[in-house]
Write a new protein. Sequence first.
Length: 278
Amino acid sequence: MNPRCLCGGKEWTTAFTYDAPPAGEVHFRFSAVANYHREVLRCPVCGHFVSVHAMDDSGLYQEDYVSANYGRDGVRKAFERIVSLPPEQSDNVGRVRRILDFAASHLVAPAQEGRAPTVLDVGSGLCVFLHRVKAAGWDGTALDRDPRLVAHARNVVGVRGVCGDFATVEDLGRYDLVTFNKVLEHVRDPIGILARAVKFLHPAGFVYVEVPDGEAAVSEGPGREEFFIEHHHVFSAASLALLGARSGFTVRVIERLREPSTKFTLRAFLVPRMLKLG
């Protein structure tokens, strides 16, 4: 049975069919099967993409994702390699610069209250984002499902680390900013996950979302990393706007870019519905 699109549609066209992993796709335990088969479907209404297959990826983010991407003892080495990139080669430098620019124009509570601005990074991974915003004076909290990444956040990056699933975690506190940096494409219910962010925001806080841009990537064919197996969803500008609206937010900005890594990316700044900033 085909899924329902974020726009509500139930009809799809087939964008790509895979009978073997495309070159460059990370080899996970769940996808190391003889009968690898999946399809990437596209909504003809809003342009959203979904990946459909019968392989059991339910345990991917408990252990296999980190092990397959970074290997044994590879988290710190990967972190050090990325944070040492020249600014013009770093996706993260541009991400942080844009977030700080938006915050400077729209976030007033921390300065009024005489405190550092706070950020919860959902699916913090290697913590390169929190490393850089910490250097800019922010108080960061890393949330990840893999305890190795949480230990890395605490011991190497020096931020608060919480091990848990954002779908169910409680008692995180409230933040000026909640970020989803290349996270929502990995979950089956991005609306439900994004909607939970409201409960962890200060009244005048905002959310930053970054997702792969399928509209831009599709013209380069099925080998693009945006369509790799770990991505359940690949977005269009329209479907990202729908995601924000259906999750209870007002979309303030959506931007399209090609990052230094060559990733096609959409990013958005969201505020809780009825909140007026600036």
